[in-house]
Design a binder for this molecule. Structure first.
Ligand SMILES: N[C@@H](CCC(=O)N[C@@H](CS)C(=O)NCC(=O)O)C(=O)O
Ligand SMILES: *[C@@H]1O[C@H](CO)[C@@H](O)[C@H](O)[C@H]1NC(C)=O
Length: 229
């Protein structure tokens, strides 16, 4: 079956911020891979076989063997290619700090993003406030640093940049009220710096395309959830 031979295959889905993170990591490490889009409403046999536990993308298939969960994939990529870790900071405390904030985004920020995206009335209002708090927290965490990791682009930057891109797309496509008035000069400067990298630039989807996707999915979800009359 395709994907079980030698080489590197990524099972992904273009708007998925989990898949985007992995794409940036692969590109930073100059790994050649086949990017295979999944239809998440009709998952391939390969995906179900390679990630039978979660049945989620992204999955990295390296010489026929799967690696699942985006953060685990990124650390794997960092260890395996180009002579060991360069995306993870060398200092153990810095490494722990990077993992902490990447995990914070994967647990906290993602759930606010999902509720802002799909939530109705009150639930959506609450999620907007949470999202505002999370971005303010990240604005203060980057502080005067060029990158989240310090002087150089690393694991934490590639983990957070898709979140920030999604935040911009949500702001542009839905009515986020006061969230739009937030001043985030540090994050804006950081994003500009990140966008100068080919790895980031090619992995992030077109912002307008992402906005359209967000609006369409929200309408579909809300229509499906509405009681029939
Ligand atoms: N914790 C997982 C999350 C992956 C995830 O949520 N993937 C979504 C797409 S963004 C998915 O595959 N959804 C399909 C489904 O829910 O059936 C990771 O970090 O890789
Ligand atoms: C689901 O995917 C398979 C191939 O993986 C395809 O043959 C089939 O037509 C798809 N079904 C739908 C409903 O899109």
């Amino acid at each position: 079956m395709a994907g079980e031979g030698k080489g590197v295959v990524l099972l992904g889905f273009w708007p998925s911020l989990f898949a985007i993170k992995v794409k940036i990591a692969l590109s930073e490490k100059h790994v050649d891979y086949e990017d295979r889009e999944e239809d998440l409403s009709n998952k391939s046999d390969l995906l179900l076989k390679m990630n039978p536990v979660h049945k989620l993308i992204p999955v990295l298939i390296h010489d026929g063997r799967p690696v699942c969960e985006s953060h685990i994939i990124i650390e794997y990529v960092d260890e395996v290619w180009n002579h060991g870790p360069t995306l993870l900071p060398a200092d153990p405390h810095e490494r722990a700090r990077s993992r902490f904030w990447a995990d914070f985004a994967d647990k906290k920020v993602i759930s606010s993003i999902r509720s802002v995206w799909y939530g109705k009335a009150e639930a959506q209002e609450t999620a907007k406030k949470e999202l505002a708090e999370w971005v303010k927290l990240l604005e203060s965490e980057i502080g005067e640093k060029a990158y989240f990791g310090g002087e150089t682009f690393g694991l934490l930057d590639l983990s957070l940049v898709p979140y920030y891109w999604w935040f911009l797309a949500l702001k542009k496509s839905l009515d986020l009220g006061p969230v739009c008035e937030l001043e985030l000069p540090k994050l804006e400067e950081w994003l500009k710096r990140c966008l100068l990298r080919d790895s980031v630039n090619t992995a992030l989807p077109d912002l307008d395309k992402l906005c359209k996707y967000i609006v369409q999915k929200r309408e579909k979800r809300l229509a499906a959830a509405a009681p029939a009359n």
